[in-house]
Design a protein around this ligand. Structure first.
Ligand code: NAD
Length: 478
C-alpha cells in the first residue's frame, strides 16, 4: 500500500517512511498507510508558509471568507462518510464521530464569518490633534499540534481561526489519527488556498513537533495534548520567544448534591465519565457525591452501567467504542490496578471485554470509597474509569471539586438555584456545567481551563482572535 502523502508548499509529497493506521475496534483492519515526515520536510513546510505569508496576510477578507466557507460546505456535505472514517480510525462511536465532523464544519463556517468581522478601535488621544487606531494583525506562521482524541474538531478549531485572521499554517496531527487529518487536508487544499498557506506534515512529535517548536520562523504554536508534552513545549517556546497556547489534561469533578434529580445526575455522570470511552479532556472522572444521596446514586449508576453497550465503533447500537490503542488500554488497566491497591472499592467493571473482532475493549469502571488524595482521583487516566468520592455536604463537595491541579470543566447536579449559582461563581475551572455532563460544549464560545489544564488565551468563538492576532497601536498627527 502506497503511503498517503504530506502536503508541503502546494504539493503532495511522499516520504521515505510510512506508518500503518490501525482500527482499534478491529486490529486486523488497516485504515491506511501514511507518510512520516522528517526534519527536512518540516523545514520546507515552514519555509513555504513563511513565503506565502506576505501575500496571504494581505489577502482580502472576502477571499478568506469564501475559502473557509467552501471548506465548511464540503465537510458538512460529507459528514457521514468522514464520520465513518473517524470512527474507524479513532474508535469513538459512529454518531459521536459524525457529530464531531459536523462540529468541524460549523467551526469553519463560524470563522468564515469572523474573517469579515475583524475589527479594530479608534480612540481619542490624551494629546491634542492626534488620532489613535488599534488594529489586529496576523502573527505569521502558526504551528498547529493536535492530539488523537478529536481528530477533526480540534484541528478545525485551530486551523480555521489561524487562516481567517491571515496566518499561514503548518499542521502536525497526532500519529494515531492521520487518516482524518489527511481527509481534512484534502478538503482544505481543494478549496483553493494559495501554495504554502496550509501545509500538512504528518510524523512524530519528537521530529515534526520539535522542529516546529524550535524553528525561528514559526511565530506561534497552538497545542492540545498531554500536560507532559505541553510543559516541554512551553519551555521551548519561551526560549524562542514564540507566542503559544496550551490545552492539556483534566480531572473534572461532577458534584452531585442531595437535592439532585437522580435521573439527570446518573445520565450526566454516565455520559461525562464513559462516553467516547472516557477519552475526553472534559470527562467527569471524579464524581463527588454528598452523603444523603451517595448510596442511592451508586446503586443507580451501577444499574445503568449494566445497560451500556461496548462494542465495535461502527456497529449500530454501540454506545462506547474501544480504547484508542494498546498503550491507552494498558494505561486504563494499570490505573484500575492502582485504584484497587490504593484501597478503593471496585463497584463496576474493571477488566477487558472480548468482542467478535480483536479490539481494545475495556469495561466502563466505577470505583467507590475513593479519597481525593488517591492517584486515581488526581491523575488523568483518559479512559472509562470514574471515581466516586463521598462528601459530607455541598461545602465539602465544592472544596473537593477545587482540590486538583487541573481546572478545565466542573459540573454540578442540583435542583437548588442557591447551589447552582454558588457553584458557578466558585468552581475553579474555565467551564462550568449545571445539570449537564462536563463534556459537550458549543463551538461559538470560549473553550479552555485554568491551572494545569490550559495556558494562554482561550480557543474558539470570538476569543480565538486573542491568540491568532497581535494588536498594533498607530498614532497619527491630524
Ligand atoms: P500528546 O501530548 O502525547 O500528543 C499531542 C500532540 O503533541 C501529538 O500530535 C504529538 O505527536 C505531539 N508531540 C508529542 N511530543 C512532542 C514534542 N516533544 N514536541 C512537539 N510535539 C509533540 O497527547 P495525546 O496523547 O495525543 O492526547 C491526549 C491528551 O490530550 C490528554 O492529556 C488530553 O486531556 C489532552 N486533550 C486536551 C484537550 C483540551 O482542550 N484541554 C482536548 C483534547 C485532548
Amino acid at each position: 500500500m502506497e503511503a498517503a502523502a504530506n502536503y508541503i508548499a502546494g504539493e503532495w509529497v511522499g516520504a521515505s517512511q510510512g506508518a500503518e493506521d490501525i482500527n482499534p475496534s478491529n486490529t486486523r483492519d488497516v485504515v491506511g498507510v501514511f507518510a512520516r515526515a522528517d526534519i527536512e520536510d518540516t523545514k520546507r513546510a515552514i519555509a513555504a508558509a513563511k513565503q506565502a505569508f506576505a501575500q496571504w496576510s494581505r489577502s482580502g477578507i472576502q477571499q478568506r471568507h469564501d475559502l473557509l466557507k467552501k471548506i465548511a460546505d464540503e465537510i458538512l456535505a460529507r459528514k457521514d462518510e468522514l464520520g465513518r472514517l473517524l470512527a474507524r480510525e479513532e474508535g469513538k462511536t459512529l454518531p459521536e464521530a459524525v457529530g464531531e465532523v459536523a462540529r468541524a464544519g460549523q467551526i469553519f463556517l463560524f470563522f468564515a464569518g469572523e474573517a469579515v468581522r475583524i475589527a479594530g478601535e479608534k480612540i481619542a488621544s490624551v494629546r491634542p490633534n492626534i488620532d489613535i487606531e488599534i488594529t489586529r494583525e496576523p502573527l505569521g506562521v502558526v504551528g498547529v499540534i493536535t492530539p488523537w482524541n478529536f481528530p477533526i474538531a480540534i484541528p478545525a478549531w485551530k486551523i480555521a481561526p489561524a487562516l481567517a485572521y491571515g496566518n499561514c499554517v503548518v499542521f502536525k496531527p497526532a500519529d494515531l489519527v492521520p487518516a482524518t487529518a489527511h481527509a481534512l487536508a484534502e478538503i482544505v487544499v481543494r478549496a483553493g488556498l494559495p501554495p504554502g498557506v496550509f501545509n500538512l506534515v504528518m510524523g512524530r512529535g519528537s521530529v515534526v513537533g520539535e522542529t516546529l517548536i524550535k524553528h525561528p520562523d514559526v511565530a506561534a504554536i497552538s497545542f492540545t495534548g498531554s500536560v507532559a508534552t505541553g510543559r516541554q513545549i512551553a519551555a521551548d517556546c519561551i526560549a524562542g520567544m514564540k507566542k503559544f497556547q496550551l490545552e492539556m489534561g483534566g480531572k473534572n469533578p461532577l458534584v452531585v448534591v442531595d437535592d439532585a434529580d437522580m435521573s439527570v445526575a446518573v445520565e450526566c455522570a454516565v455520559n461525562g465519565a464513559f462516553f467516547s470511552t472516557g477519552q475526553r479532556c472534559t470527562a467527569s472522572s471524579r464524581l463527588i457525591v454528598t452523603e444523603g444521596i451517595h448510596d442511592r446514586f451508586v446503586q443507580a449508576m451501577t444499574a445503568r452501567m449494566k445497560t451500556l453497550v461496548v462494542d465495535d465503533a461502527l456497529k449500530a447500537g454501540t454506545q462506547i467504542g474501544p480504547a484508542v490503542d494498546r498503550s491507552q488500554l494498558d494505561q486504563d488497566l494499570s490505573y484500575i490496578d492502582v485504584g484497587r491497591k490504593e484501597g478503593a472499592q471496585l463497584a463496576a467493571g474493571g477488566g477487558t471485554i472480548e468482542r467478535d473482532t480483536a479490539g481494545f475493549y475495556v469495561q466502563p469502571t466505577l470505583f467507590t470509597n475513593v479519597r481525593n488524595d488517591m492517584r486515581i482521583a488526581r491523575e488523568e487516566i483518559f479512559g472509562p474509569v470514574a471515581a466516586v468520592i463521598r462528601a459530607r455536604d455541598y461545602d465539602e463537595a465544592l472544596a473537593l471539586a477545587n482540590d486538583t491541579s487541573f481546572g478545565l470543566c466542573a459540573g454540578i447536579c442540583t435542583t437548588s438555584l442557591k447551589h447552582a449559582s454558588h457553584f458557578k461563581r466558585n468552581a475553579d475551572a474555565g467551564m462550568v456545567m449545571v445539570n449537564l455532563p462536563t463534556a459537550g460544549v458549543d463551538y461559538h464560545v470560549p473553550f479552555g481551563g485554568r491551572k494545569g489544564s490550559s495556558y494562554g488565551p482561550r480557543e474558539q468563538g470570538r476569543y480565538a482572535a486573542e491568540f491568532y492576532t497581535t494588536v498594533k497601536t498607530a498614532y497619527t498627527l491630524a
